[in-house]
Design a protein around this ligand. Structure first.
Ligand SMILES: [Zn+2]
Ligand SMILES: [Zn+2]
Length: 311
């Protein structure tokens, strides 16, 4: 019981440099990640709050804007440094991404860098091949093995105290967002009765439903994108290119491309590989918000074309 309380407390303060857990077992610690259980359970609230068009719009808008924050910043910026930006934009998107309840940007990127080093090998943090599908999809995040942030593998960003703060108290921003959504719904209901909404309804749809879908959408890249799809490049792992996953993740579905060449801001290498995140990044660069988007080298594009023409 005491240990469970301690674990639950670590949900709110994940600590800093307190030693990495080198546990070999694939055990789960549900007390420590009760936020994940709470998110899923909260979706049942739709039984009591019903739905409205406003609730659906808020849930979808938050799904896609936060998916962008995850793919563009947690993945392409913090994990792979495929473009540059200033400290303010960096912080802004680290805050936006932390509303997704996928821990802090430093935790996320440190684990993702490890995934690339050991992809589908024994030490891969989330391989559906060396472990199993459920582990790759959700189990790994709930295991003590992967709770800590290895600040050494993300030194380049761990030098910013504001990012370390967000990483350590990573439930703070989601909690503020949840409360904000309640008041937004309550205010909308008081202004326009015809919307047939309420504070609880916007909280359930905008926070619980949207964030749960966002979690599973993101996780498909760790699970499904290492199983289903086309393998253009021989990457030595099981990464795949999958059009449907690219749609729901705004471009991350071109995962075999990405494992072949991870240093470009673009993951859909050709015009027919829809990569919405890259299009938005391009617009942001025209607006001067980000710069130095790294391209896919011509030799990589040529290599891919050659493979496609031989198929
Ligand atoms: Zn990556
Ligand atoms: Zn992968």
């Amino acid at each position: 019981m005491k240990n469970n309380l301690k674990s639950a407390f670590r949900t709110f303060d994940s600590g800093y440099r307190d030693g990495l857990t080198e546990e070999a077992s694939h055990s789960l610690d549900l007390a420590r990640c009760f936020s994940l259980v709470f998110l899923h359970a909260g979706c049942l609230g739709i039984i009591w709050v019903g739905w409205s068009w406003l609730a659906i719009i808020v849930a979808l808008a938050l799904y896609f804007t936060r998916m962008f924050a995850i793919t563009a910043f947690l993945h392409r910026y913090f994990s792979h440094r495929t473009f540059k930006t200033n400290r303010f934009i960096q912080f802004l998107f680290a805050v936006a991404a932390s509303t997704a309840v996928q821990r802090g940007a430093l935790w996320w990127a440190a684990h993702h860098r490890k995934h690339h080093q050991e992809s589908d090998k024994e030490r891969d943090v989330h391989s559906p091949h060396t472990h199993n599908f459920l582990w790759a999809h959700i189990g790994w995040i709930a295991s003590p093995k992967n709770f800590e942030t290895d600040y050494n593998s993300i030194k380049d960003f761990a030098k910013y105290p504001e990012l370390v703060f967000l990483n350590r108290f990573n439930k703070l921003v989601p909690a503020i967002m949840a409360i904000g959504l309640y008041f937004l719904g309550d205010w909308a209901a008081s202004q326009w009765a015809s919307l047939q909404t309420s504070g609880w309804q916007i909280l359930i749809w905008g926070f619980f439903v949207s964030t749960t879908l966002l979690f599973h959408g993101t996780s498909t890249i760790n699970s499904l994108a290492h199983i289903y799809g086309k393998k253009r490049f021989d990457t030595g792992d099981h990464s795949r290119n999958n059009f449907w996953l690219a749609l729901i993740t705004l471009g991350e579905g071109w995962h075999n491309n990405h494992h072949h060449y991870m240093h470009s801001a673009r993951q859909g290498f050709y015009w027919w590989e829809i990569d919405l995140t890259y299009y938005v990044l391009k617009i942001m660069s025209w607006l001067g918000l980000i710069h130095d988007l790294k391209p896919v080298p011509a030799r990589v594009l040529e290599e891919g074309r050659k493979i496609d023409s031989e198929d």
